[in-house]
Structures are given as C-alpha cells and as structure tokens.
Design a protein around this ligand. Structure first.
Ligand code: COA
Length: 167
C-alpha cells in the first residue's frame, strides 16, 4: 500500500488533534501516561519539548494528513544515543504499516543527521503491538538500565530495546 509517509517538524498546528488523540484511555495506558491530560498541561508539555535541545519532535503525515507523532528524546551526543517514541493517534489508521515507515525514517534521522549509534525504546510488557513493531524493525531486547529512573513505578514491567547503527 502506498502510504506516502513523511515526518515534518512538530508545530503549533499539530497540537489540537494531538490533544484529541490523548483523551483515549487505551492510548493513555499503552503510552504509560501518568496524569490525565489538561489543555494547559498539554501546551506546556509541547512547549518544553520543542525548547529542549536534547529532543526532536515530528508530526507523522500519511498522504499529507496528520496521523501521529514521534520523536527522539534524551539525545546524548557524548554517548551517541537517543530514545525513540511514537504513536499513531487515530486507532483507525493503525495496522497499515504507517508506524513501520515512520520509525524507519526517524531512525535514519537519528543515525545520519544526529550521528547516533544506538536508539533505545522503553515499552510496557503488555504492549504487544509496539513490541512486535520494534522487533520487526530489528530492535533487540536488552536489560533495563539502572539509570532509567523515568521508567520505575509504572505499575507494569518495562522492556528496553535497542537498535544499533548498521556498520
Ligand atoms: C504501536 C503502534 C505505534 C504501531 O503502529 P502501526 O502503524 O499500527 O504499526 P504498523 O502497521 O507499522 O505495524 C508494524 C508491526 O507491528 C505489529 N502490530 C501492529 N499492530 C498490531 C496489533 N494490533 N496486534 C499485533 N501486532 C501488531 C505487527 O507485527 C506489524 O507488522 P505486520 O503488519 O507486518 O504484522 C500503534 O499501535 C500505536 O500508536 N499504539 C499506541 C501508542 C503506543 O503504544 N506507542 C508505542 C509506545 S512504546
């Protein structure tokens, strides 16, 4: 299927639809959101993200339509690693291969544009779709690092996976 997937820098115009997507309780559980989203909190969250030099945030477009978001956070140019996240906001747009395309595009940006050598993901052990997606793209499960404080007390087991730059 020609999905014509592209990534564009996340901008203000992408905020409202994103706020609609994150109201879904299933999404909140899969994406391990701890707080119920409020509009003010949402604006502040993206404002902080876009100002953070250790992050890159993109809107995912398919056929020119905004269908999800993705990004790399905790970018360390010293360790040459960064942490990838992704979601397809509208459940009807899932299972079409869009996240596979977008993750490949984002990983290429990480490896080529940012010079990373390793891309990490953290995922809840019950998130079968995401685990399958990452495995399909070559991510390998590794032990959760002791430094990953962000991922403690989430009420579930967290799996850490890594994709290394092909040499
Ligand atoms: C995980 C997610 C990003 C996958 O997006 P997607 O566009 O549906 O993924 P794709 O269509 O590219 O599918 C890629 C692979 O993932 C797996 N997969 C995706 N959805 C699946 C499902 N519902 N059940 C089982 N496997 C699934 C399949 O292996 C699939 O490959 P295949 O179609 O060749 O079998 C999407 O389900 C989502 O946004 N979930 C909510 C947020 C989230 O969990 N993000 C990840 C947090 S770490």
């Amino acid at each position: 299927m020609n999905l014509n997937v592209s990534l564009v820098p996340f901008r203000e115009e992408h905020i409202s639809l994103t706020f609609e997507w994150i109201q879904d309780p299933d999404f909140q559980q899969l994406f391990l959101m701890r707080d119920r989203p409020t509009w003010d909190g949402h604006i502040k969250y993206f404002d902080n993200m876009l100002k953070d030099p250790a992050q890159r945030v993109y809107a995912i477009l398919s056929e020119g339509r905004h269908v999800g978001n993705c990004g790399v956070k905790n970018i360390s140019l010293t360790n040459k690693e960064g942490e990838l996240w992704i979601y397809i906001g509208d459940p009807r747009m899932r299972r079409k291969g869009i996240a596979s395309h977008a993750t490949r595009l984002l990983a290429a940006k990480g490896f080529i544009e940012l010079g990373l050598e390793r891309i990490i993901v953290h995922v809840a052990d019950f998130n079968v779709s995401a685990i399958k997606l990452y495995k399909k793209l070559g991510f390998i499960e590794v032990p959760v690092s002791d430094n990953s404080k962000e991922w403690t007390n989430r009420g579930c087991n967290i799996i850490r996976m890594e994709l290394k730059k092909q040499t």
